[in-house]
Design a protein around this ligand. Structure first.
Ligand SMILES: Nc1ncnc2c1ncn2[C@@H]1O[C@H](COP(=O)(O)OP(=O)(O)OP(=O)(O)O)[C@@H](O)[C@H]1O
Ligand SMILES: [Mg+2]
Length: 376
């Protein structure tokens, strides 16, 4: 059950003092302890650990719900109480409350939306490898990767996933989604990455509208430190929602005329939507020196700097894809793996990310601009 909420493997201590000794030199997300065995001195130590952030949450248990015991625990900062042995449903409710406390504290995750109006330029490769690099660079954080492509989503191929559920299953239960449900419908990958593959059922196309996708993205944001979104190659309502809610939009391109032209058009739309300039990050994929078009040509055409360039390395990219593993696992010493790591570091290292409150109106006008039908 803890795994469903995204916790790692739990450890057990033989008694409370051993657990407290552990807390001296390691941080923990959750401590579950029998209150009847805890004395005042130990309770004070737990209170200090909670205050210092060495411990995020504590659940106290006892064979009976004795008001004095519960009051003492709560006064020491222990957030939840359960009668032992706890009913799994009660434990889930307590943990869900604790998780919501985190999101209620204003700890918002960061959302990166990957987009290119041209297919085949490497959008999914970058989404998958960026998620992996973010997870590697932030060992204590959870990273979500979601495929917003209805049918033909490739995330499951890139990460060799055999998912039990996908975005379509989440949509059907969206009215009652909480942390537990969210984690139970996502597919755990390695290194703290959780994947939400796109649905294969084309009938879900209508159901997955902008409002639904927005709700899903906000759910992901409140439960993951980083969320990476792989989008369709056109400005669907889904794509617009993903762009709207993104902290950064990675516009993937290559140094050739068709790709740059399509990026130019995407940038123009982003500007019309009123996004701040630093919300858009142009990423040149498959870069190699000596091409007809240079990076400065790209800067001239796009009228903005290139945020990052990833080297052309077909052998490594194709080899990783063939095995269904991230590039850094296929060949950690490759320039491409290094470059993905640096891209993740540059993105996550930028402190002040662009947040844009004014783009809702922009989305409406863009819908008109693109002649989109309004969904009722
Ligand atoms: N840096 C790179 N160097 C060489 N080849 C690359 C690089 N990045 C991606 N590729 C290759 O380019 C191809 C297309 O990549 P990918 O599927 O990620 O693009 P896409 O934009 O998501 O395409 P789609 O239109 O299918 O959504 C893949 O075969 C991939 O291995
Ligand atoms: Mg793709």
């Amino acid at each position: 059950m803890l795994a469903r909420f995204g916790f790692g493997e739990p450890g057990a201590s033989v008694d409370v003092s051993t657990a407290l000794a552990e807390l001296q030199h390691q941080t923990y997300d959750l401590l579950v302890l029998p209150l009847q065995d805890v004395d005042a001195l130990q309770l004070a130590a737990i209170e200090r650990a909670l205050r210092a952030g060495r411990l995020s949450f504590a659940i106290g248990t006892a064979p009976r719900a004795e008001p004095d015991l519960i009051l003492r625990a709560m006064r020491s900062g222990i957030q939840e109480f359960l009668v032992y042995p706890p009913d799994p449903k009660d434990l889930a409710t307590s943990i869900d409350r604790l998780m919501r406390r985190v999101s209620g504290n204003g700890q918002r995750g960061v959302v990166y939306t990957l987009y290119s109006s041209k297919g085949g330029v490497g959008t999914t490769s970058i989404a998958a490898n960026l998620a992996h690099a973010l997870a590697k660079g932030h060992k204590d954080s959870r990273v979500a990767i979601a495929d917003l492509v209805v049918t033909d989503g490739d995330i499951r191929v890139f990460l060799n996933l055999k998912p039990a559920y996908d975005l379509g299953d989440l949509v059907k239960k969206l009215d009652r989604v909480d942390a537990e449900l969210l984690y139970s419908l996502m597919t755990p990958y390695r290194e703290g990455i959780w994947a939400l593959p796109g649905p294969d059922n084309p009938e879900l196309d209508d159901l997955l509208d902008g409002a639904t996708i927005s709700t899903i993205i906000e759910q992901l944001r409140s439960h993951f430190a980083f969320t990476v979104l792989d989008c369709e190659h056109h400005m669907s309502e889904r794509t617009l929602a993903a762009m709207d809610l993104a902290d950064r939009i990675l516009l993937v391109t290559q140094l050739n005329v068709p790709a740059l032209r399509s990026t130019q058009r995407s940038l123009a739309i982003c500007r019309r939507l009123g996004y701040a300039n630093d919300k858009m990050c142009v990423v040149v994929n498959r870069y190699q020196s000596g091409e007809v078009l240079s990076l400065s040509d790209a800067t001239d055409v796009l009228k903005c700097d290139v945020f990052w360039k990833l080297p052309n390395d077909y052998r490594t990219a194709a080899g990783a894809l063939m095995k269904g593993i991230p590039v850094a696992e296929f060949d950690s010493s490759s320039k491409l793996a290094w470059s993905y790591g640096q891209l993740a570091a540059k993105l996550a290292g930028v402190g002040e990310v662009a947040r844009n409150g004014a783009h809702r109106a922009g989305v409406r006008s863009l819908r008109a601009l693109l002649g989109m039908k309004k969904r009722v």
